[in-house]
Design a protein around this ligand. Sequence first.
Ligand SMILES: Nc1ccn([C@@H]2O[C@H](COP(=O)(O)OP(=O)(O)OP(=O)(O)O)[C@@H](O)[C@H]2O)c(=O)n1
Ligand SMILES: C[C@](O)(CO)[C@H](O)COP(=O)(O)O
Length: 234
Amino acid sequence: MTTQQPVEPVAAIVVAAGSGVRLGGGEPKALRLLGGESLVRHSVRAMVAGGCSRVVVVVAAGMEDRFAADLSDFPVTVVAGGKERQESVAAGLAALDPEPPFVLVHDAARPLVPVEVVDRVIEAVEDGATAVIPVIPVVDSIRQVTGEGSAVVDRAALRAVQTPQGFETAVLKLAHAHVAEQGIAVTDDAAACEALGREVVLVAGDVASMKITNPHDLALAAALAEQLAGANPS
Ligand SMILES: Nc1ccn([C@@H]2O[C@H](COP(=O)(O)OP(=O)(O)OP(=O)(O)O)[C@@H](O)[C@H]2O)c(=O)n1
Ligand SMILES: C[C@](O)(CO)[C@H](O)COP(=O)(O)O
């Protein structure tokens, strides 16, 4: 009689292979500290808190040992990514063995994602959605720049896209193979699924899940983290 290993329903890929040129500072962005801990540690903790028992962390080639040391107390596998985000996600997908039915893809650069957002994404994929993305309303007035000038865009119909995004793993693998084969560049994984003709389901994101991109984002996130810690003392 063979004993089958249980396959956990939801794994996560945390992409951390970006260089963080816009943030600056030399160090890989995902290892920069926020409230005394690296961005990647915050992000991995959020995935684990949401119920992911396995996390693949994708890092720049040559940085594997540093990330593995930083994350040694988490259930992670560290693998090398690529030049573009979509190549890094594809590398994370290739490392998911055995393949779980569902997978979340999260930016290490979104360290303060609340666990409620992770829960909403997981619930939607487990309820049958193929591709799920958290979104928030756009608060600024928006203009589209045209050849001649610019025009107002109705922001009521616009949403800003966050992570983690949730998928049926088999579909996300097909979608990544499709965009790679066709040479389609996408900035997120839901767009890869859409390129395959799959429907994308939206759930509510959260302003706390801001992406750390520019130096002022780190300062804002630090203030936010302090406020959140004050509101939920452990
Ligand atoms: N080749 C890449 C590029 C990006 N990412 C990850 O994708 C997320 C979103 O990337 P972003 O922060 O926008 O880009 P960076 O490349 O990190 O920053 P920059 O463009 O300023 O260099 C980040 O967690 C980043 O580490 C990745 O894993 N592999
Ligand atoms: C995936 C993402 O975080 C959704 O907002 C975003 O597209 C990634 O950022 P990038 O700057 O386009 O790599």
